[in-house]
Write a protein that binds this ligand. Structure first.
Ligand code: SF4
Length: 222
């Protein structure tokens, strides 16, 4: 009898590892304002020291591509709903989930657990979406507002939460200087920033978690 849990797990992990990943170290907007130590390890290309739990991220990717195709039905030629635009500026590249041309609106979908909605949006998510706005702005798109839309995987339609604020390039610039500070530490061979997350999170979700602290990061608590 086929072990169906194993079949599904293996297929999901194989699919995930085949996804196009740039070999070059490039910090995307989603890392801005998160754990500084983690971005530091990404920048210095520390080898992976931990197998992370991937189901939520894989489901998140599936939900994103599902939403992209339903948006395509709404606007088949992408005249107004521009999906998955790749934009870069100043050494940072981002994929914008949706830009609505007629509104100058930038939208980022976030998949969550319903219980996590009370922390939505996080400071880092706001930095991320403002940075998408900044990248679009720098590439000639008119940007007026930025929005984050939280989709609870275990919730109902009515639980979907929308957060919108005016586009503010100063917020994006603050996010980019946060990243620049880390790049400066690396360039000057400065000390690694202190860990910022607790072991319960790190052991499940951080590829650099390393209880010994010899190669990766031991987290805030052992
Ligand atoms: S193990 Fe935790 S504290 Fe360390 S880099 Fe990863 S997320 Fe940050």
């Amino acid at each position: 009898m086929i072990d169906l849990q194993e079949l599904l797990t293996k297929s999901l992990v194989a699919h995930d590892s085949q996804r196009d990943r740039s070999k070059q170290v490039e910090i995307g907007p989603s890392s801005l304002g998160g754990c500084r130590r983690r971005v530091y390890h990404e920048l210095i290309e520390t080898p992976q020291t931990n197998q992370t739990e991937k189901l939520a991220a894989i489901l998140g990717t599936f939900i994103h591509s599902g939403i992209e195709s339903v948006m395509e039905r709404e606007d088949p030629f992408g005249d107004n709903y521009l999906r998955e635009i790749e934009v870069s500026y100043g050494g940072i590249k981002g994929h914008v989930d949706l830009y609505i041309k007629s509104e100058g609106a930038v939208i980022d979908w976030k998949t969550k657990k319903k219980a996590g909605l009370r922390y939505f949006p996080s400071h880092s998510e706001i930095w991320q979406v403002q940075t998408y706005g900044y990248l679009l702005d720098a590439n000639g798109y008119e940007v007026k507002t930025v929005s984050l839309v939280a989709i609870p995987r275990d919730g109902e339609m009515a639980d979907i939460k929308v957060y919108t604020e005016d586009y503010n390039p100063e917020v994006a610039k603050a996010a980019l200087s946060w990243l620049q500070e880390l790049k400066d530490i690396v360039a000057g061979a400065g000390p690694a920033p202190d860990p910022e997350e607790k072991v319960a999170f790190c052991s499940k979700y951080c590829s650099f978690y390393d209880p010994s602290g010899e190669i990766g990061c031991p987290s805030t608590a052992k």
